[in-house]
Design a protein around this ligand. Sequence first.
Ligand code: NAP
Ligand code: MN
Length: 266
Amino acid sequence: MEERKNIYYYYKQDEEILSHISPLLEATKRFGFTIVDDYRNANIIASIGDDGDFLQAVRKTGFRSDCLYMGISTNHSLNMYCDFMIEDTSKMIEAMLNEQLEVRRYPLIEVSVDHQGTFTCLNEFSLRSSIIKTLVVDVFVDSLHFETFRGDGLIVATPTGSTAYNKSVRGAVVDPQLSCMQVSEVSSVNNNRYRTLGASFILSGERTLTLKVVSETNDHPTMGMDNEALSIRHVDKIQIKLSNNKLKTLKLKDNSFWEKVKRTFL
Ligand code: NAP
Ligand code: MN
């Protein structure tokens, strides 16, 4: 395997972060890595910040399948995507030098909105009413009309996104070793006229989920890809499936997904 020696650091130009960063940059160079200014020349992409920054780093660098990603936390605690603490340079260097041994792959979802493009998400795609009235959505699993949803919105989460927004609406936490996506409701209306499953459901990576916005009076919902709003406003049809790509991250010992879940929530 070709050695990965070109590293791109993604971080906010924030005084607090800048004051912590120089020991890390020095150590990276000392161990023979080149710090590149353009992410397109990198084969390791490291985000410095929190999980929200990691989501941005991955999005801004185009979900590259030929790069290894790593998350470096600046707030003295590890997060779901941040496996390293900024102070712990030796651990980072060791992991970068031994990357062939330990790589993990996170499933991604791909969302296509009408004919306006395809977008990748690492946490989730969310569709929510942007007005006080309910949003009505026909939900299809492959070609089957499964249900008509009426309520605040729907969340389609990846396994690693299952601990984020999805969890707040009582979705299940899913092992990222399973290539799947989970659909969760946000405040569905359920009565004698409107009926939804009322539980989160998990689709295999072979399925396609189609959401058709029923345009009565509410066809300008808010669409979110991870922590970014989609600028497309009017929407009819959204198709979501698992991406053929997976996000590669450095894996540390004693830091499995379930260890992260335990350390974050229990
Ligand atoms: P934010 O509003 O600052 O983040 C919400 C919280 O979610 C933060 O504590 C963030 O951690 C955490 N988080 C992000 N990804 C996670 C993951 N995969 N597992 C567990 N926790 C996670 O916005 P943000 O930091 O940019 O994060 C965006 C995410 O927030 C969205 O993708 C969505 O999942 C989530 N969100 C949740 C709700 C809700 O629970 N009601 C509503 C909207 C959005 P850090 O502090 O380390 O960044
Ligand atoms: Mn955040």
